[in-house]
Design a protein around this ligand. Structure first.
Ligand code: NDP
Length: 486
C-alpha cells in the first residue's frame, strides 16, 4: 500500500511538485500511521494552475459539446477499468470500507457517462415574438473552483468536474487536505482520456488555498462541499465578488417511521441512514422519529442488526464499517456521545472505541444507538458526522412534521409508511432538498441533489447541475422594422 508519489498537484496534464509548500501528511485512518507526504500549493503553483486553466478554457468552450462528451466518456471507461486501484486509494485516504469505495468509483463513472451523454443535447431555447426571433445560449462560466470535503473526495471531485467540463468550463479543484489523493488520480484519468491540458487542475492545500482561488479575478464560480460555517464564509466571499456559488453543506436530517411501515424495511432505513461511511455522510438521517406504538420493537430490531455490522479492516472486502477519518473526528464523535449521556439520553449499544485486532492505532468507534433523545439535546441538534443514531418517539403526523422541520438545516429527509396519501403529504411538507419514501441514502447522478436553509444553495447532479455551471445569454434578431420612439 503506497500513496501516490508522483507529485502533490496535477497541472496542465502532468503531476507537479513544489516542496517549498507546507507539508500535508497522509494518515491511514485504520492504523493512524503516516503513509506519505504531499505539499500545499505555493503561489507559484497556484499561478501555473490559474494561467493554465485560463488559457485552455476558451478553446474548450468552442469545442462541440458532443466532442467534450466523448472525452468524458473515455474517462468513464478508464475509471471503470481502474476501479480497484482508485477505490483502494480512496479507502487509504478516508478509511471507508472498500465495499463502499468501489461503489463510489462506479458512481463517478456514472457521472462521467451521464454528463458526457446529455451535454450534446443541452442547449438554450428559441422564441418567435412577432417579427423578432429570440434565442438563448447556455454559455460556460469560465474557470470554476471546486473545493472538496474529506468524506467523499472522489465523488466531490468527480461530480463537480464532470458537470463543469461538460458545460465547457475549466476547473481547478482543491481537495480537503485530509483526503487529497482521489482528485489526483481523476486528473491522471482525464489526461489519459485526452482532456486538453489545463482544463482540470488539482492543487493541494488548506482553507487559504481555496480562498485564494475564489478571490482570484480569473475564476468565475465556486462549488464547495463542506461544513455550514465554511460554506457561509466562502459564499460570502464569492458574493462580495459577484461570483456564483454552489454550496453542498451539512445536515441533521429527520427519518420518520410511522407505525404501519414494514418493520424490517424501516430498520434497513435506520442502518443506511446512520452507519454507512461510519456515519460520515451529510445526508444522514440521524434524527430517527419512531411512532410510539412500534418504538420498542424497532429499537430492539435495530440493535440486533447493528450487532451484526462487520467493523474491521477497511481493505477487507467483507468489512462493512471502517474507522472514522481522523483522530480529530474521533474526539468530536466521542464528545457528542459524552454529551448525550450527560444530557440524559439512554445508551442502547456502542458508545466506546471499537477494538480491531492488528489495527489498534486506528480511529475506531462502535456503532451507537441512543433512545430517550429529546429535541433540545445536543445530539439531536448538531451534525455529529459519526455512527450515532438518535431515536425519538412521536405520536402524530402534525407533531412529527413540526419537530422534523425545527432545524436550521434542510438537506435530506425520509418517511416510512405504507399509506400512500400520507407518504406524499409528509414528503411535501418536510423542509429539505430531498425526501426518500421507504428508502434512504440513494443518490443517482441523474437526480438533482442539494439542500435548503443552511444546508446549501444550488444543485449538483441532474440537468439542474448544468444550469449552475452555465449562464444564460438572450439574443434578439429583428426580422422586421426596428421599433423606435424617436
Ligand atoms: P470543511 O467545511 O472544514 O472544509 C470543506 C473544504 O473547504 C475543505 O477543502 C477545506 O479545506 C475548505 N476550506 C476551509 N476554509 C475555507 C475557506 N475560508 N475558503 C475556501 N475553502 C475553505 O468541511 P470538512 O472537509 O471538514 O467536511 C465535513 C463537512 O462537510 C461536514 O460538516 C459535512 O456535513 C459536510 N459535507 C456536506 C456534503 C454535502 O453534499 N452537503 C457532503 C460531504 C460533506 P481544509 O479542510 O483543507 O481546511
Amino acid at each position: 500500500m503506497t500513496p501516490l508519489n508522483k507529485g502533490s498537484h496535477h497541472i496542465n496534464g502532468a503531476h507537479v511538485e513544489d516542496t517549498a509548500g507546507r507539508p500535508i501528511d497522509l494518515v491511514y485512518p485504520a492504523t493512524g500511521a503516516v503513509v506519505g507526504r504531499l505539499h500545499e500549493a505555493t503561489p507559484a503553483i497556484l499561478e501555473q494552475a490559474l494561467s493554465g486553466a485560463r488559457a485552455a478554457q476558451a478553446d474548450w468552450a468552442r469545442t462541440r459539446p458532443a466532442e467534450r462528451g466523448r472525452i468524458l466518456r473515455r474517462a468513464e471507461q478508464i475509471l471503470r477499468a481502474r476501479r480497484d486501484e482508485v477505490a483502494r486509494i480512496e479507502t487509504m485516504d478516508t478509511g471507508r470500507a472498500l465495499s463502499e469505495t468501489m461503489y463510489d468509483a462506479d458512481g463517478v463513472a456514472d457521472a462521467l457517462e451521464f454528463f458526457g451523454g446529455v451535454i450534446a443535447g443541452y442547449s438554450g431555447e428559441s422564441l418567435q415574438l412577432g417579427d423578432a426571433l429570440w434565442y438563448t445560449r447556455r454559455e460556460p462560466l469560465g474557470v470554476c473552483v471546486g473545493i472538496g470535503a474529506w468524506n467523499y473526495p472522489l465523488e466531490n471531485a468527480g461530480w463537480k468536474s464532470a458537470t463543469a467540463l461538460a458545460a465547457g468550463n475549466a476547473m481547478i479543484f482543491k481537495p480537503s487536505e485530509t483526503a487529497p489523493q482521489a482528485a489526483l488520480i481523476l486528473a491522471e484519468i482525464y489526461a489519459e482520456a485526452g482532456l486538453p491540458p489545463g482544463l482540470f487542475n488539482v492543487v493541494q492545500g488548506y482553507g487559504a488555498v481555496g480562498e485564494a482561488l475564489v478571490r482570484d479575478p480569473r475564476t468565475a464560480k465556486v462549488s464547495l462541499t463542506g461544513s455550514v460555517p465554511t460554506g457561509k464564509k466562502v459564499m460570502g466571499l464569492a458574493g462580495s465578488l459577484m461570483k456564483p456559488g454552489t454550496m453542498e453543506l451539512g445536515g441533521k436530517s429527520p427519518l420518520i417511521i410511522f407505525d404501519d411501515a414494514p418493520l424490517e424495511n424501516a430498520v434497513s432505513g435506520v442502518l443506511m441512514a446512520n452507519y454507512y461511511s461510519t456515519g460520515q455522510i451529510c445526508t444522514n438521517g440521524t434524527r430517527v422519529f419512531v411512532q410510539r406504538r412500534i418504538h420498542d420493537d424497532l429499537v430492539a430490531r435495530v440493535a440486533e442488526r447493528v450487532a451484526k455490522i462487520r467493523v474491521g479492516d477497511p481493505m477487507d472486502p467483507d468489512t462493512n464499517m471502517g474507522p472514522l477519518i481522523s483522530a480529530a473526528q474521533l474526539a468530536k464523535v466521542e464528545g457528542y456521545i459524552q454529551s448525550a449521556i450527560a444530557e440524559g439520553a439512554t445508551l442502547v449499544c456502542g458508545g466506546k472505541r471499537a477494538s480491531v485486532p492488528g489495527l489498534e492505532g486506528g480511529f475506531w468507534i462502535e456503532p451507537t444507538i441512543f433512545t430517550g433523545v429529546r429535541d433540545d439535546m445536543t445530539i439531536a441538534r448538531e451534525e455529529i458526522f459519526g455512527p450515532v443514531a438518535s431515536i425519538l418517539a412521536f405520536d402524530d403526523e402534525d407533531e412529527v412534521i413540526a419537530r422534523a422541520n425545527a432545524s436550521a438545516l434542510g438537506l435530506a429527509s425520509a418517511v416510512f409508511t405504507e399509506n400512500l396519501a400520507r407518504a406524499h403529504r409528509v414528503a411535501g411538507r418536510l423542509e429539505a432538498g430531498r425526501t426518500w419514501i421507504n428508502s434512504y441514502n440513494v443518490s443517482p447522478v441523474e437526480v438533482p441533489f442539494g439542500g435548503i436553509k443552511d444546508s446549501g444553495i444550488g444543485r449538483e447532479c441532474g440537468i439542474a447541475a448544468l444550469d449552475h455551471f452555465t449562464q444564460v445569454k438572450s439574443i434578439m434578431v429583428e426580422t422586421g422594422q426596428m421599433a423606435c420612439v424617436f
